[in-house]
Design a protein around this ligand. Sequence first.
Ligand code: I3P
Length: 128
Amino acid sequence: PRDTTQLPYLKVIRQGQLSKTKITENGKKIRKNWSSSYGILSDQMLLLYKDAKSATQSRTAASPAKPELSLDLNGATIEWCSNKSSRKNVFQLSTVFGLQLLLQDEDGIEARQWYEAIRSAISQLPCG
Ligand code: I3P
């Protein structure tokens, strides 16, 4: 697949595998459903695709592939949480639109790098 960092419409800060589950949607608690995904972090959004292949299949040169989930980072909050899952290296990302996700990676270093990259992106946005 082609290198998504070359795509002109996104400033890609980090990309790679991570696991996710929604826990709250529109302010309502929902049943967990962990799945692996391929994340692309830009300065304003975290895009979550099913896998790396679907992330790089753009419809046209000017429009990116549609993610399963796209999270607006402006005003979002992020925190480590050890009490919301039996999994290790879990952190929670909450958007202003009432969506709460748990994100996780088995590799503690990878998880910390994701956490730090997202935290830093949030802090550089107007409401961060
Ligand atoms: C849930 C599933 C989740 C688990 C969750 C269970 O059961 O096993 O993986 O979350 O735990 O309720 P079900 O498949 O029947 O919905 P973790 O893997 O994050 O621990 P929870 O109820 O303690 O959130």
